[in-house]
Design a protein around this ligand. Structure first.
Ligand code: HEC
Ligand code: HEC
Ligand code: HEC
Ligand code: HEC
Length: 420
């Protein structure tokens, strides 16, 4: 038994009790421990027994008396950190965490005892096979690539836009140096008809919004180059004319506004075509119509020549993290391998994979409210969620035993009514 349950000894030190800088104050789980919660970290047998009785009547029908879920999507409670579980129960009661399953509420004492009881149980034991698979795969290159899931569909773009979206000089637009917001608008323009190009329309038509957004992110984080082909107009005249464009397209054609396209390094032939289309109304945009309506053919060529030779700059867009980089961030709060040492933070190790993925989606959508977890989950792709959930679900969970040491400045003592 002892061989299978690894016991961590953690000193309950001051660090645990004072929220660090940057930790959200609005969340239930990051508040300081109360006197009762501290008492629950070193529970008496009487408290555990009381919790077992309460769990048997109120929780076992769904969570089992052993706290091990047998149904995908339902969380394991065995070994879960007691303060976290207790706070979750209070959040259910206060309707802060909403769900349809927890409508009969225990009193505070019984909630604390039930949390302590489940926390004292041996967590789920994973078969060696479960822990092996994901770890092996995570070593592979593909598992590390944050764009792995869109590579296949992006192969369709390579023929015309190149591997990285840099202008290839055949009248094809450069896609790098653009903000993902402009990219998405441009793509949607082909669907809603404000831009006409039957092939682009067909290509975009069968992509979902999330895929389009991620493609935009992919091109935005590539290193942009100047167009390989020089235009055949007068760059100096183009530079002078470009003063009228600067307020929107930025100095040297490097726009900073996310809805404005960067013109630096743009392919000249594509540039001229775009200008003509704004002028003759094939591409609908009132502001651009205003900007081009008085320009002559030659002036468009001069502008195209000037911009094509300018160096495009990467937008200020953060490259997405690899799964392993995400996991390292999660471990700062949830402990190494998701074995949380802080009783306020849930253990993720060995948790049901479907449940973990569901929880992350709920934080991202705001259905489950928590500012720190919203910030962590908001930019995860569906593939990230799958990988990260699989990783934590396949880590062997370990229980933690806390040894309470009195801290200087402790103000709150356990409630005498707790009586365990
Ligand atoms: C009717 C079935 C049912 C009963 C009874 C029930 N639960 Fe649950 N419980 C669930 C389901 C389903 C979920 C998953 C909800 C979700 O997906 O967010 C859950 C989630 C939880 C969670 C959240 C786990 C986490 O990691 O955040 C805790 C804690 C919990 N239950 C504790 C209890 C306790 C303690 C009792 C008894 C007082 C109890 N539940 C009674 C069905 C039940
Ligand atoms: C057969 C060649 C071809 C393929 C394949 C192709 N494109 Fe295009 N793409 C073009 C052409 C030509 C234009 C310019 C159309 C126009 O004048 O509006 C364009 C325009 C665009 C634009 C607008 C650029 C801007 O600056 O406004 C985006 C964005 C784009 N393509 C993305 C993609 C993506 C993503 C894929 C792959 C799913 C793709 N394209 C596949 C030829 C292609
Ligand atoms: C008031 C703001 C504004 C001004 C001024 C302006 N533009 Fe634009 N421009 C835009 C916007 C917004 C778009 C994107 C429109 C769309 O989605 O079709 C755009 C698009 C373009 C495009 C197409 C880019 C692409 O990748 O398809 C070109 C080329 C362009 N502008 C050139 C110019 C030039 C040259 C001038 C100066 C003569 C100019 N613009 C002045 C706002 C402006
Ligand atoms: C700043 C600390 C912090 C970081 C970093 C963090 N979490 Fe959390 N996490 C929390 C807290 C606190 C909770 C409990 C929130 C609540 O009460 O709902 C939580 C809850 C969760 C839950 C719900 C657990 C359950 O049993 O219902 C999951 C899943 C989760 N985090 C996954 C992650 C993942 C994956 C990452 C990394 C991408 C991560 N967390 C990063 C603090 C953090």
């Amino acid at each position: 038994m002892m061989m299978r349950t690894l016991v961590l000894l953690t000193l309950l030190a001051m660090a645990l009790l004072i929220p660090g800088p940057g930790q959200a104050q609005d969340s239930i789980s990051m508040q300081q421990l109360t006197g009762n919660e501290r008492a629950a970290l070193a529970p008496t047998q009487k408290m555990i027994d009381f919790g077992r009785t309460a769990a048997e009547t109120n929780c076992a029908s769904c969570h089992g008396l052993d706290g091990i879920s047998t149904e995908a999507g339902k969380p394991h409670l065995a070994g879960q950190r007691s303060v976290y579980t207790y706070r979750v129960l209070k959040a259910f009661q206060a309707n802060v965490r909403r769900d349809e399953y927890h409508n009969d509420f225990l009193n505070d004492k019984a909630m604390l005892a039930t949390a302590v009881y489940y926390s004292s149980l041996e967590p789920v034991q994973l078969a060696a096979r479960d822990t092996a698979t994901v770890q092996n795969e995570s070593g592979a290159q593909a598992e590390e690539d944050p764009f792995y899931d869109i590579r296949e569909v992006m192969r369709r773009c390579v023929k015309c836009h190149g591997e990285t979206g840099n202008a290839s000089g055949r009248g094809m637009p450069s896609l790098v140096g653009q903000d993902p917001e402009y990219f998405v608008n441009a793509m949607m323009g082909y669907v809603d008809g404000s831009r006409s190009h039957s092939l682009m329309k067909k290509l975009v038509g069968n992509l979902d919004e999330e895929t389009i957004r991620r493609m935009g992110l992919f091109y935005a984080v590539q290193e942009p180059h100047k167009s390989e082909v020089q235009g055949d107009g007068n760059a100096d005249t183009g530079r002078r004319l470009s003063e009228a464009c600067e307020s929107c397209h930025g100095g040297n054609g490097n726009a900073s506004n996310p809805s404005m396209p960067t013109l630096a390094g743009q392919d000249a032939k594509y540039f001229i075509k775009a200008m003509q289309h704004y002028k003759d109304g094939k591409r609908q945009h009132p502001k651009m119509f205003e900007a081009v309506k008085a320009l002559s053919e030659q002036e468009m060529i001069d502008l195209a020549t000037y911009y094509a030779a300018e160096q495009p700059r990467r937008r200020d867009v953060r490259a997405p993290l690899k799964s392993t980089e995400w996991i390292a961030r999660c471990e700062r709060c949830h402990g190494i391998d998701g074995n949380s040492r802080d009783p306020r933070f849930p253990m993720l190790a060995g948790q049901d994979q479907t449940y973990l993925a569901k929880a992350l989606k709920a934080y991202a959508s705001g259905e489950r409210k928590h500012s720190a977890m919203h910030a962590m989950s908001d930019s995860l792709s569906a593939m990230d969620i799958e990988r990260i959930s699989a990783f934590f679900a396949s880590q062997q969970p370990k229980t933690v035993v806390y040894m309470s040491v009195p801290c200087a400045g402790e103000t709150e003592n356990a409630d005498p009514d707790l009586d365990f």
